[in-house]
Design a protein around this ligand. Structure first.
Ligand code: CIR
Length: 290
């Protein structure tokens, strides 16, 4: 992975990175049911068999973990003919009252966007939806929000035109877009996520010094996750969801004083998915969520 067009003044201080809004658990999370055709989902290793019933049980566990934290969870209508529909994070990037309806890099996933866009209009405070057009492509899994910054990974799914469309959509919002290049793995957030407002966990096999410098430059602390599955965690205010497949990461985050909740998403890992992919976070007014 390499850093792209980070402005020369990379050494922003922490307050600048966070802007005036504060980090908070989302007002609401949208989720989408596991398709009965989930076993046909896109994945890097098609030989790994997926158990749809177990995936459904794990999805329920994910939703219950969110609800136990007192969070509001609403469901977008199911689409059995969209095997990857549960990974709805890829279909929208919500920025305050504005949302970008993406153009997923995989053509097979483009049918997922419209129902999520409708749900965003119906179930959230978002009033302004911008629709991305080809040749731009972007998956939400490539977009990491950190305060008033959106880090976007240029990947096999997200192209330069997609990053430019994101920048255009963010115009006037005070949010700054920073490009990184994803050289390994599916998405930027397969390799790094926030465990809290000030702490990034990352996969040291994917992220190098150049990218880490971008995050350090805005005042984040960075922590290599001992397990690859530990690089994708879901920060929800002071709580953080961690995959059952990442026990050492969970231990390190507990030692950081975070309220760690372990969730089994093993079937989703087989599909190259993880914790963030399974929900679309809708920030509270005046706050940001990752
Ligand atoms: C795909 O290949 O598109 C899905 N099987 C996995 C998407 C995971 N999404 C995410 O990490 N945001």
């Amino acid at each position: 992975m390499g850093a792209g067009a980070l402005a020369p003044a990379a050494a922003l201080d922490y307050l600048d990175a966070m802007g005036s809004s504060s980090f908070a658990a989302p007002a609401k999370l949208l989720v989408r049911p596991i398709s009965s055709r989930f076993a046909e989902c896109l994945r890097s290793d098609a030989n790994i068999a997926i158990d749809v019933d177990r995936a459904r049980t794990q999805h329920r566990g994910y939703v219950e973990a969110l609800e136990r934290l007192g969070l509001v969870v609403e469901s977008v209508e199911a689409d059995d003919d969209a095997p990857d529909a549960c990974f709805l994070e890829d279909t929208a990037v919500v920025m305050d009252a504005r949302s970008l309806a993406t153009m997923p890099g995989a053509p097979a996933r483009r049918r997922e966007v419209e129902p999520v866009t409708r749900a965003v209009r119906r179930l959230t405070h978002v009033t302004d939806v911008i629709e991305m057009q080809l040749p731009a492509t972007l998956d939400g899994g490539d977009v990491l929000r950190v305060g008033e910054h959106l880090f976007v990974g240029l990947s096999s799914r997200t192209n330069a035109a997609g990053a430019a469309a994101l920048e255009l959509a963010a115009k006037g919002s005070g949010i700054r877009v920073v490009r990184l290049t994803v050289r390994d793995g599916l998405h930027l957030k397969s390799a790094c996520t926030l465990a809290s407002a000030g702490l990034l966990v990352y996969d040291a096999r994917v992220l190098g010094d150049e990218e880490l410098a971008c995050f350090l430059g805005i005042g984040l602390r960075v922590m290599p996750a001992p397990e690859a599955a530990g690089a994708n965690v879901l920060a929800l205010g002071g709580a953080v969801l961690v995959s059952l497949a990442a026990p050492k990461t969970a231990e390190l985050l507990r030692a950081e004083g975070l309220d760690v909740h372990v969730v089994d998403v093993g079937e989703m890992h087989k599909a190259d998915g993880a914790l963030t992919c399974l929900s679309l976070r809708i920030p509270r007014a005046g706050c940001w969520s990752t």
